[in-house]
Ligand binder design. Structure first.
Ligand code: FES
Length: 135
């Protein structure tokens, strides 16, 4: 049953990572600011959320890394389906949620699959309990 469900999720491009509600983050100039306490999905290593809307050209995936840092990427596979991505727990990779499952490392570099290029990666800082993504 699980494998069938996983297959249909992949066909539909459904990821595990959820969008952070728009009222839980804000855009200030060229920075997206997330109050860490408003995003419990980011609390643990391998946790992730994505941002969309508010004039962002593409959704932005924000990942809490094992070494207690944060990384941000364009949440858009470079393969033609342009599906979103999930972090893979314990493996320090991102995986496309399509059937083809292209993978990328945490520097955004394409590792496998039909994706054509690397992901755009954004600088991230933690300032006063906020994750600040420089877009
Ligand atoms: S959209 Fe096809 S591998 Fe990502």
């Amino acid at each position: 049953m699980g494998k069938i469900t996983d297959f249909f999720k992949a066909v539909l491009g459904i990821c595990e990572t959820q969008e952070l509600r728009p009222d839980m983050w804000r855009l200030e100039g060229n920075s997206a600011r997330i109050q860490i306490e408003q995003a419990p999905e980011l609390a643990a290593a391998d946790g992730a959320i994505y941002l969309k809307g508010k004039g962002l050209k593409y959704p932005v995936l924000v990942v809490h890394t094992k070494d207690n840092g944060y990384l941000a990427f364009t949440n858009r596979c470079t393969h033609m389906g342009h599906r979103k991505l999930d972090p893979v727990a314990g493996e320090a990779i991102l995986r496309c949620c399509s059937v083809n499952h292209s993978t990328y490392d945490l520097q955004g570099k394409r590792l496998s699959g039909p994706a054509k290029g690397d992901l755009e990666i954004y600088d991230v800082e933690v300032i006063n309990d906020e994750v600040v993504v420089k877009l």
